[in-house]
Design a protein around this ligand. Sequence first.
Ligand code: BGC
Length: 368
Amino acid sequence: MRKGMFALAAAGMLAAGSVAACGGGDSNTGSGSTGGASASGKVGVILPDTASSQRWSTADNKFLKAAFDAAGVQADIQNAQGDKSQFQTIADGMISGGVKVLMIVNLDSGTGKAVLDKAKAAGIATIDYDRLTLNGGANYYVSFDNVKVGELQGQGLVDCLTEMKASKPVVAELNGSPTDNNATLFKQGYDSVLKPKYDDGTYAKGPDQSVPDWDNAQAGTIFEQMLTQNKNIKGVLAANDGLGNAVISVLKKNKLNGQVPVTGQDATVQGLQNILAGDQCMTVYKAIKQEADAAAALAISLAKGEQPSTATGSIKDPESGKDVPSVLLTPKTITKANVKDVIADGFVTKEEVCTGSFAALCTKNGIS
Ligand code: BGC
């Protein structure tokens, strides 16, 4: 931590007042804290929204709560519903309510940093959950290898196009929110797979656009325009299942679903059903239970005034240049052949996925 603090100060990225605040946060997270080993402070968690991905309402909340409950640590988990001022209001309430640890999934780096700065000034330890807050200076970061997520998406699309024997397909890219650092990393990953194909003429590069705030409805509008302008789109790199579903809805209207492979991410019930139906090529399963458990373990140590030992990796904040101690987990590709693995892992249930017309598809694909 101390090394990070000096790096940050040396980089001169923060106003003088914030550097002083950083010192306050540092003493709280270090061994300087005098709280008894078993006495634990409260943890505050702010999730981003419930619309950009099903995960925030169905998975993260549930797994984080279970981890804190199991440890007997009090946690206040709230969701900002995509509203940046609501995000700040929740944070202010948690800070004045005396949380010892604040964990956030930012809605953008600017507002995320404002909250982290306030927390640090109040001597509260901070964790970036899933999304790195650029120049935010959180004490810890827990996420997946997000460049790897993108590589799996790129490779998944290549595999589907190869299987369909597509010849010089036009590939459209529908990226995540331009204000989400993860979206940048996902794109870095899938472009590392797709760009060589564009360059050597195997694929033709089609439209390439970001979706503000990962807004699924806007994704539909954007893709509709893409398809109107380029009827020849033969593959779509969609950055998550929500964007993928928006694309699939437009393809359905044009009777093109199933003929144009579409990628996704998050292994949501909707994404898995789209895969079983043959409308979605793949998704990326990120074991959110592992992510929630890892973040909760850090938060619990910090809430008890202990120095965590589990953040063995680190990631460089590209804006501040500072290394943030991190836990980075491994994502996994899901296609029709292994939808059953996501169910076996307990992430979604068979009952959720295999409803109505999906029952027969589940049986056909070995989901029993
Ligand atoms: C998360 C994805 C999610 C997306 C939209 C990203 O930061 O890593 O899992 O689909 O945000 O909420």
